[in-house]
Design a binder for this molecule. Sequence first.
Ligand SMILES: [Ca+2]
Length: 131
Amino acid sequence: MKKLVTAALALTLLFGSATGVFAATVPEIEPNNTWEQAQPITIGSTITAHGDEDRFTFVATKSGTVTLKITLNGNPALFASRVYDDQMNALGESTFGGSITFNVAAGRTYKLAHLELMSSGTPYSFTLSYN
Ligand SMILES: [Ca+2]
C-alpha cells in the first residue's frame, strides 16, 4: 500500500511539473494567412498548426535572445520559416524545420511566418522560448 501511495505521489509530482512546463500549448487559429490575420502568441508557448501559410505575432516581455524551434511531423515539399521585427526586417530564417535564434528588445513586437507546401497534413509545431 505504501508503494502505491508513493507511486501516486510521484505521478502527481510528474504531472504537476509537466503541466507547468507544457501548459502553454495552443492550436493555431485560422485564418492566419495574412499579416492582418496574424495570430497573437506568447514567448514560452508551443503552437500546433496545419501548414499552409501561417502568420503569428508576439511581443517580447523582456530583452534577450529567443529561439524558435520548429518540429515537422509531415513530409512537406517545402517548409520555410522567417522571423521579422516590427519594421519587417528579417531576423532569421530556416527551411524544413530546425531553429532560428534572434535577439529581442522588451516591449517590441515581432512577427513570424511559416509557409508549407504539399504537406501530408500532419500538424507541425513550434516553440518560442527565451534562452
Ligand atoms: Ca494558415
